[in-house]
Ligand binder design. Sequence first.
Ligand code: NDP
Length: 340
Amino acid sequence: TKVLLTGGSGFIAAHILEQLLEKGHSVVTTVRSEEKAQAIRDAYKAQSDRLEVLIVPDIAKLDAFDEVVKTPGIEVVLHTASPFHFKWSDPQKELLDPAINGTTGILNALKKSAPQVRRVVVTSSFAAIIDESHLSDPNHTFSEESWNPDTAADIHRSPATAYRVSKKLAEKAAWDFVETEKPNFDLVTVNPPLVVGPVINHLASLDSINTSNERAVNLLQGKWRESIPSQGPVALWIDVRDLARAHVVAGLEKPKVGGHRLFTTAGLFGNHDYVDIVREKFPEFADRLPPPEVKGGERPLPEQTFKWNVENTDKLLGIEWISFEKSVVDLVSSLKKYGI
Ligand code: NDP
């Protein structure tokens, strides 16, 4: 099957690309620069007959994908590209516009020029599910049915809120598109919480580590020696390989997941867990770690946090989730080649 994967240079997309090629599929992937394209081509020389890397510099432009979708033979689209960082000054222009226009832009282009596409999977987020007013409420349950109530009017509350709103509005726009435009494809969204695990995308340096793995880099660079920051109340996580697998299953292997939101979640974590795992498994980093008596980053207690129900997702996907320990061990090992 030929798959269009947007944002191929990203942390999560790199694992999706790896799994797609491994399974013998053909992939057209988009990145923002020739340099990033070349890094991917170099990594997959042996599969060059099944891999095309195209340049889409900015998904905020509504016509960004108009030419890409005309690549012959695409049957499935996995749209992962969306800004997940806090290096912006204008949240509307740098966060909401690319998230929302990137999503509606590709869906419009597909409807117009790629009627053979049968399924689109959009990488949404737990950010589109949560309600910030219930994060510490043990009587509140989030599920595949839940929607973040915040709107564009809330983006100045905090940088985290702005990011969450970008994901909520982008996902909402996708479901609205399918309902009103009735395209030939159906839609699946994948809504992961914090994504952890090995880095296999090309990084120019550790400074370009993706946002969800920044905390591990900070820990290994000794920045948590004095105190361990709290991970906050949004303390669910998933391994990146499991999440990539969920995209592949949703896009190519299970027709019946069409029309569903997949809330892919392995459980609760605390920042303190990273410290304990590194202490036990990587003695070479001992001098970078906080001494054992340093507190902070404890996993939230069940009575202090929201509940979640992912039964439907687990039933639909049937994936056995990787453990937090394995995820962190493999992440740390993957960072060693950057001389951490
Ligand atoms: P990355 O930052 O590694 O990947 C984001 C990708 O989107 C990159 O390839 C990036 O390109 C591309 N991108 C961002 N803005 C633009 C733009 N304006 N124009 C074109 N491309 C753009 O992060 P992740 O892999 O973690 O994120 C992938 C997806 O997963 C995102 O949709 C994110 O919201 C979602 N997600 C991530 C979670 C996590 O914990 N990691 C949790 C929940 C959802 P470049 O690097 O060149 O800027």
